[in-house]
Design a binder for this molecule. Structure first.
Ligand SMILES: NC(=O)c1ccc[n+]([C@@H]2O[C@H](COP(=O)([O-])OP(=O)(O)OC[C@H]3O[C@@H](n4cnc5c(N)ncnc54)[C@H](OP(=O)(O)O)[C@@H]3O)[C@@H](O)[C@H]2O)c1
Length: 273
């Protein structure tokens, strides 16, 4: 049976994708923190699975990658969609800036940590909601945004890091058939998980009114996830393929970010991968 693992699959676009893959006969494991939402998903049937994990914690990502690798020796689809907006800068219990931890580091750990089961699938694909080339420069000297933190900017910065992660994964695992898709879905009416001040909460309520539906966002990205697509790295903005240029600069930056990330993880828990 084909399998899909979806972080952020308890809500929003992730949940929409989870339902599509369930209808297609996949076994679908969604990952989130909210057990109530998880149980609601599991009620869809025995192929609907939920695991609770706080993906802002390094050890939780490592545990999850080990658990999935054991449970699913072959993994067809990995969707990386967990996010949580923070209006003010916050540190995780591990001491990392929260967007950096949840939006980037978790996706780094799961993308690389699940290469084994992914590479055994016939047509494996990873979908990561990155910036799809729409975000600004990397703050190399301040990756965890200690200076001038801005909530929306922090998500954009993490989106940029995820674009580089996509370049890194196809570069590092060039000997596998894993395809990596970066998607910026545009404004989508979801729960917009996060903590907002009253003024921003009002803006978020407006986005929920004007945003496209989850069904539309899912329909815009699905064609890029399945055969006959063969491109190793694809960036998609609201259903349109967009370039990730200049490619050579992206590769240099991706390797630089990979090296910095591995140094940081080694300093954190002594592990080199
Ligand atoms: N919606 C938009 O307009 C928009 C625009 C651009 C990009 N995107 C991107 O699209 C992706 C999906 O966004 P969305 O709006 O559909 O999401 P959403 O509805 O806000 O849901 C967020 C998901 O992340 C999970 N999550 C939050 N913190 C977590 C943590 N610490 N550990 C594990 N899971 C956690 C939540 O699970 P629990 O509630 O179970 O904890 C939930 O399933 C994100 O990467 C987002 O950046 C969305």
């Amino acid at each position: 049976m084909a399998t899909a693992v979806i972080t952020g699959g308890t809500d929003g676009i992730g949940r929409g994708l989870a339902e599509v893959y369930l209808r297609r006969g996949f076994e679908v494991l969604v990952v989130g923190r909210d057990r109530q939402k998880g149980r609601a998903f599991e009620a869809a049937g025995e192929r609907a699975r939920f695991v609770s994990a706080d993906l802002s914690r390094v050890a939780e990502n490592r545990r999850l990658a080990d658990q999935i690798s054991e449970q699913y020796p072959v993994l067809d689809v990995l969707v990386l969609g967990a996010r949580f907006h923070r209006q003010t800068r916050a540190l995780t219990a591990d001491g990392f800036e929260s967007n950096f931890a949840l939006f980037y580091l978790s996706r780094f750990l799961l993308s690389h940590g699940l290469v084994g089961p992914l590479s055994r699938a016939e047509s494996p694909v990873v979908l990561n909601f990155g910036g799809a080339g729409q975000t600004g420069p990397v703050r190399w000297d301040d990756l965890q945004l200690e200076r001038g933190y801005h909530g929306v900017g922090a998500m954009g910065h993490a989106g940029r890091l995820n674009d580089l992660l996509g370049v890194d994964v196809v570069d590092t695992h060039a000997d596998t058939g894993i395809r990596y898709v970066l998607n910026h879905p545009g404004v989508v009416a979801t729960s917009f998980a996060g903590e907002y001040d009253p003024a921003t909460a009002t803006q978020i309520d407006q986005l929920k009114v004007i945003g496209k539906s989850v069904a539309t966002a899912v329909a815009q990205i699905l064609p890029f996830l399945e055969p006959p697509e063969q491109e190793r790295l694809t960036a998609v903005l609201e259903g349109q393929r967009v370039p990730l240029e200049p490619e050579s600069q992206y590769l240099d930056d991706a390797r630089r970010l990979r090296s910095l990330t591995l140094d940081l993880l080694t300093r954190f828990d002594g592990r080199t991968t």
